[in-house]
Design a protein around this ligand. Sequence first.
Ligand code: NAD
Length: 455
Amino acid sequence: MKITIIGTGYVGLVTGACLAEIGNDVFCLDVDPRKIKILNDGGVPIHEPGLKEIIARNREAGRLQFSTDVAASVAHGDIQFIAVGTPPDEDGSADLQYVLAAAKNIGAHMQGFKVIVDKSTVPVGTAAHVADVVNAALAERKLDHGFSVVSNPEFLKEGAAVDDFMRPDRIVLGCDEDEAGERAQALMRRLYAPFNRNHERTRYMDVRSAEFTKYAANAMLATRISFMNEMANLADRVGADIEAVRRGIGSDPRIGYSFLYAGTGYGGSCFPKDVQALIRTAADNGHDLKILNAVEAVNDAQKSVLVDKITKFYGENLRGKVFAVWGLAFKPNTDDMRAAPSRPLIAALLKRGATIRAYDPVSQEEARRVFAMDLKGEEDALGRLQFVDTQYEASADAHALIVVTEWKEFKSPDFGKLYRQLTSSAIFDGRNLYEPEALAAAGFHYEAIGRPFVT
Ligand code: NAD
């Protein structure tokens, strides 16, 4: 089938590459010429396991092309996926300017029936808004081509995006019930048939429910994280071990083990903005989402838990102290630094005078860019932030190690070496990677999240 993907970010690029991989003819459009150049030169602008190989294979086979040519992109696909960003606006609502710009382009260039798919995470009612924009553009051209707007939110996880797309646990599809909607649904059913071969994974529903499903899913996951962080903070105070508690409650199938980890708060490009957007949607509809307001407040507070532990140990003034930071990306296997917990943590330590030696297996370059932005005008602080090439280069002669992202290579480090390197023998673990008893026995001052402090 002929498919156009608008936006070649984490979602669009993975969607385009994976749809090409199963035999479709895919045209990927982006307004960012830098990204398109990297892709046309054989590179990949983001880090996502397995993606590079799929892109190379499908470009070679002629099934995947990248361009900034809007008219050609609209002409190409019978199905037009909108996979552009929906960042938070100042009031927390989703900023739809990129989605609506993409819709306008479709309306301005389409020459026949199109299925327009909202793959971006967009608030309830956006499909209708997109349809209005396309209709307005068509009216300007005095044309009456048919089209239908479908909601097909994406559930892939960065760091495992290719696998998630290829083996989805569900495909949510919201279509209108009119004639154009039925035509659109038939095309989408055909497109996704290869993913439904073993069993039907597609959940068909009305458009508004599909739009809502994505927000409800992310809100639920964010709630689990904030819940566990709140339990961890209480465990810290009553001398219980949140890791034991996690295993104890996760064994109940009604609760399950997934997404029950305490840590430094959720980050990334989705949870913070989607929770905020849902709160905003509720407010616009005269409703107060009490649980989600608390989820957000707990998450904000959680970002300073490690800083509190560090200043309790070293005092408020951290001038002259050197901290190794392992992990910068908001989670492992990605280079995405959007709303990463490492950002407020490092900024808070720099503000107190500390020197930071940071290492991340893939996000160093992106981290350099975002910290230069975060610390604009604070040259002294920026000068005390160094990026190094290995984890042990970061910890060499540092006072303490701070673990922020749970990359695999941090899970079983050389503790003997760390003990010799760290001048305060201290480890502050924001991901609960190590065993408190073992580290205490090895002579470390080890503090984690919601775990008893053993001396
Ligand atoms: P991203 O910022 O990585 O990519 C968006 C891309 O769209 C950029 O390359 C940008 O240049 C391009 N773009 C903007 N306007 C355009 C236009 N008019 N025409 C063509 N290209 C345009 O964003 P992302 O992380 O891929 O997220 C995209 C959407 O998917 C968001 O709504 C997000 O909430 C949702 N989502 C993201 C994830 C994730 O893990 N990143 C998962 C599920 C859903």
